[in-house]
Ligand binder design. Structure first.
Ligand code: UGA
Length: 432
């Protein structure tokens, strides 16, 4: 099939490349000419394991192209995926949809034959209805179907999530569009995937409700972890014990520094704002947002307690800066609240991240990026394991630093507290 992907951000780039890999002809378009030039040479703007190889392979096989000529790309394609950004409007907490509607207008001007228009960007319920009404007035009088097909890809695991998804959700009332979408996904839905067809509005809401629910699970376990710390109970045991109940499920019950990234914070805010518009109070999602916002205060207090309130001139090392492992994404990373708060209290911050220095951190004073774990931890009084990268999972803390009194605060519960104690290292985890 001939596909056009508009927007080569995370969603568009991964989806377009994976669609090409399962045999389609894909043109990915973006207004950023430099990005397109780089992509055509196989230079990827994001860190995503396996993506670069897949892009290069599909460029070589001539199934994947990158272009800034959006008009031509739309005209040539049968299915058009809208994958542009839908950020939060800070003042109102609602979703910025101007990029989506700009694309809808571009499609309207180039709708030279029947096409399926798919929203893959996370968009509020009724956005599909609005796109449909924009397209109505197209000069070619062409027919079209507007379909919602939300993505459920996790950064760092995106290719696996695309190829072996739990479900593919397609929202449309058009039989013709549904048939085409089903055959597009056929190479992957043959496995264990559920292909779930539903109404367009339902598909739009499924995405928000899923992210809000996963965020709820995380915030719930984080609050239980707070309790565990006072009761001398290990949260890991609680997560396993709860997760064994299939009604609950074991995933997304890892206590940690709070959820971050480009999706959960944005989507929880968006679903609450959407509900408010319809005078519905999503009180649980509201509490989750507050609970996650409050997480940094709780962690900061713990750090103060660990260092006995003596923060001034203490060397604190953050291992990992991104919001989770296997990504270079700094958006809403928990350390972005912790680092400035510690600096204000006089701490000297060192950090290391496998994906390099971060402009979001470099703007703070008294921060130093090191090129490896050894340099970053040399003078540490406190090592904070902030992100669960594999390279942090086998550290010999005793050898790393000459400071005999070094303390480790493991925000991802990577290490066994017993082993750390045995090795004479002062160690703190989350909820244990
Ligand atoms: C999330 C969803 O998992 C995807 O299904 C969805 O497609 C995507 O958002 C999106 O809307 O585009 P992502 O933001 O890449 O994916 O990251 P996750 O792996 O879900 O992690 C989100 C946050 O929760 C991270 O900060 C992570 O550290 C935290 N987390 C996750 C926990 O603290 N505990 C857990 O058990 C799981």
């Amino acid at each position: 099939m001939k596909l056009c992907i508009i927007g080569t951000g995370y969603v568009g780039l991964v989806s377009g490349t994976c669609f090409a890999d399962i045999g389609n002809n894909v043109i990915c378009v973006d207004i950023d000419r430099n990005k397109i030039k780089n992509l055509n040479s196989g230079i990827i703007p994001i860190y995503e394991p396996g993506l670069e190889e897949m892009v290069k392979r599909n460029i070589n096989q001539k199934r994947l192209k990158f272009s800034y000529d959006v008009n031509e790309a739309i005209k040539k394609s049968d299915i058009i995926f809208i994958c542009v950004g839908t950020p939060t409007i800070k003042k109102t907490n609602s979703v910025e949809l101007k990029y989506v509607y700009q694309v809808a207008n571009k499609i309207k001007s180039n709708l030279n034959k029947y096409k399926i228009i798919v929203t893959k960007s996370t968009v509020p319920v009724t956005t599909g209805d609005k796109i449909e009404s924009i397209l109505k007035k197209n000069k070619y009088k062409s027919k079209y179907d507007v379909v919602s097909n939300p993505e459920f890809l996790r950064e760092g695991e995106a290719i696996r999530d695309f190829v072996v998804p739990d479900r593919v959700v397609v929202g449309t009332k058009s039989k013709k569009a549904l048939k085409t979408m089903k055959s597009l996904y056929l190479p992957i839905i043959k496995k264990t995937t559920r292909f779930f067809s539903t109404s367009r509005r339902s598909a739009e809401l499924i995405k928000y409700a899923s992210n809000a629910f996963l965020a709820t699970k995380i915030s719930f376990i984080n609050e239980v972890a707070n309790l565990c710390e006072l009761l001398n109970i290990n949260i890991e045991e609680i997560s396993v014990g709860m997760g064994l109940d299939q009604r609950i499920g074991e995933r997304f019950l890892r206590a940690g520094p709070g959820y971050g990234g480009s999706c959960f914070p944005k989507d929880t805010r968006a679903i609450v704002t959407l509900a408010k518009k319809y005078k519905i109070n999503l009180s649980i999602a509201n509490s989750v947002i507050k609970s996650n916002d409050n997480r940094s205060k709780i962690l900061l207090n713990r750090i103060l307690k660990i260092l006995k309130n003596k923060i001034k001139n203490k060397n604190i090392t953050f291992l990992g800066a991104t919001f989770k492992a296997n990504t270079d994404d700094m958006r809403e990373s928990p350390c972005l609240k912790l680092i400035p708060a510690l600096i204000t209290k006089g701490a000297i911050i060192n950090y290391y991240d496998p994906t390099g220095p971060k402009k979001e951190i470099e703007k703070f004073k008294n921060v130093n990026f090191s090129k490896n774990v050894v340099d970053a931890t040399k003078k540490s009084d406190l090592i904070i394991l902030h992100t669960e990268w594999n390279e942090f999972k086998q550290l010999n803390v005793k050898k790393l630093t000459k400071n005999k009194n070094v303390i480790v605060y493991d925000m991802r519960n990577i290490y066994s507290p017993e082993k750390m104690k045995k090795n004479g290292i002062k160690y703190y985890g989350i909820g244990r």
